[in-house]
Design a protein around this ligand. Structure first.
Ligand code: HEC
Ligand code: HEC
Length: 375
């Protein structure tokens, strides 16, 4: 069969759907492993529309793409922790969904195993998209005039089901492959001039003195910059020490010292977050979070599971001082004694990890959002 007739039959392979060039000459794939996905282009297109469609939330206000904003690295730059339907606040930062097809687990604590399964989390969470149950979502999508054709193209007939919604959203997210960064062209593509001297020095620090690659791994043929494991850096745990205590006056001449975190909790109750421990129940997993990829990281501020760092420089300073010491601190997290130059170079290196096609992926998403929205 010709490629054209395959496409017409709706079975164009994902590798062709993602970029015009074939798998070999496809720059966006440089530096990334093969992705095992036999989704059709029609499934990807359907998933993209669902992803950007606000009508998937209970009151028609929230889409996936409002927390995973295409123009903000498919993350959310404005908010440390997300805000969902009716302004309800979440306890965690929205991670980028770029390259999420390569993950071995999902969410900061790894509680979902597949993208198909993950999608129903936000659709049903009362503080995210707020739907009562899966049947409600299926019924609502089925009632929208503009979807039957898209489902027919993607699956052969127009029936909407919870399984198909999950498959389409997953197919789209697996198509968000964003490699071919300046680093990839230099390191995997042997293009000497693709990175500056500063960025190359940053890579030396990354793998040398700072040992960042112990967790943000890279391999001989590709790099995901994650070991897929969970580590405690102490992020989110109030730092111990005198500065965290407050003198509180109870009565004239009577004062007491209480932890700062406790004072804050009077006005804004802290959202308890125990990280990986919530999934495994193992004490050593307390406050451990999944190592995120560093690809496209310059686009996805603020950083960490709670969005507590605004800039990459703040993150580097945090590692340099040895994280936030606590009972479960990962043994790889130690003071680094980096020079000012090292720190600048490290930040420059991370900025060289932005995919060649991220603007194009954002443009495609935005175009899908603009499609007819007949109710
Ligand atoms: C209200 C904001 C919000 C909405 C709406 C939302 N998400 Fe998310 N998303 C988040 C947050 C916050 C997390 C991290 C949650 C956690 O770790 O517990 C997340 C995590 C994810 C992840 C895991 C990424 C990773 O690397 O682990 C994927 C994939 C994802 N969302 C896809 C979707 C899809 C698909 C939709 C729409 C059906 C959606 N999101 C809607 C905020 C949102
Ligand atoms: C012990 C494993 C480990 C080492 C070593 C390590 N990281 Fe991380 N990194 C993580 C984990 C785990 C997180 C997520 C923590 C969280 O969300 O609370 C993270 C988060 C980050 C983030 C935020 C990414 C985002 O999307 O929010 C950046 C940037 C980062 N690391 C850079 C570095 C740099 C630079 C180094 C070396 C100086 C380094 N890491 C060393 C495990 C590690």
């Amino acid at each position: 069969m010709h490629a054209a007739s395959l496409a017409a039959a709706g079975v164009l392979m994902l590798s062709c759907a993602v970029a015009a060039a074939g798998p070999r000459g496809d720059t966006a794939r440089l530096g990334l492993p093969e992705i095992s996905a036999a989704a059709s282009r029609a499934q990807v297109d359907l998933g993209r529309r669902l992803f950007m469609d606000r009508r998937l939330s209970r009151n028609g206000t929230m889409s996936c793409g409002m927390c995973h904003v295409p123009e903000q690295g498919f993350a959310q730059n404005e908010l440390a922790t997300s805000i969902g339907v009716e302004g309800r606040s979440l306890r965690r930062n929205a991670p980028s969904v770029l390259n999420s097809g390569f993950n071995q687990s999902y969410f900061h604590d790894g509680r979902a195993r597949t993208l198909e399964e993950q999608a129903w989390g936000p659709l049903l969470a009362p503080d995210e998209m707020g739907n009562a149950d899966r049947a409600t979502v299926v019924g609502r999508v089925a009632a929208l005039q503009d979807y039957p054709d898209a489902f027919r193209h993607a699956f052969g007939d127009a029936a909407v089901s919870e399984q198909r919604i999950g498959v389409a959203l997953a197919a789209y997210q697996r198509s968000l492959v964003a490699g071919g960064s300046r680093f990839d062209r230099w390191y995997y593509g042997q293009e000497e001039a693709a990175m500056s001297a500063e960025e190359k020095r940053g890579f030396v620090v990354f793998r040398g003195k700072a040992q960042c690659n112990a967790c943000h791994e890279l391999g001989r043929t590709h790099a995901l910059f994650t070991d897929e494991a969970f580590h405690n850096l102490g992020v989110g745990i109030p730092a111990a020490g005198p500065e965290q205590w407050l003198e509180v006056r109870l009565a004239p001449g009577v004062t007491t010292r209480i932890p700062h975190a406790l004072v804050r909790s009077v006005s804004e109750p802290p959202r308890k977050d125990e990280g990986r421990f919530e999934v495994t129940g193992r004490p050593q997993d307390r406050a451990a979070y999944r190592t995120p990829t560093l690809r496209n990281v310059e686009l996805t501020a603020p950083y960490m599971h709670d969005g507590s760092f605004a800039t990459l420089r703040e993150v580097v300073d945090f590692y340099d001082r040895g994280g936030n010491p606590n009972d479960n601190l990962d043994r790889l997290i130690l003071p680094l004694y980096l020079s000012e130059q090292d720190k600048q170079d490290l930040v420059a290196f991370m900025r060289a990890l932005t995919g060649a096609n991220v603007d194009e992926l954002a443009r495609q998403a935005r175009a899908a959002a603009a499609q007819p929205a007949t109710r």
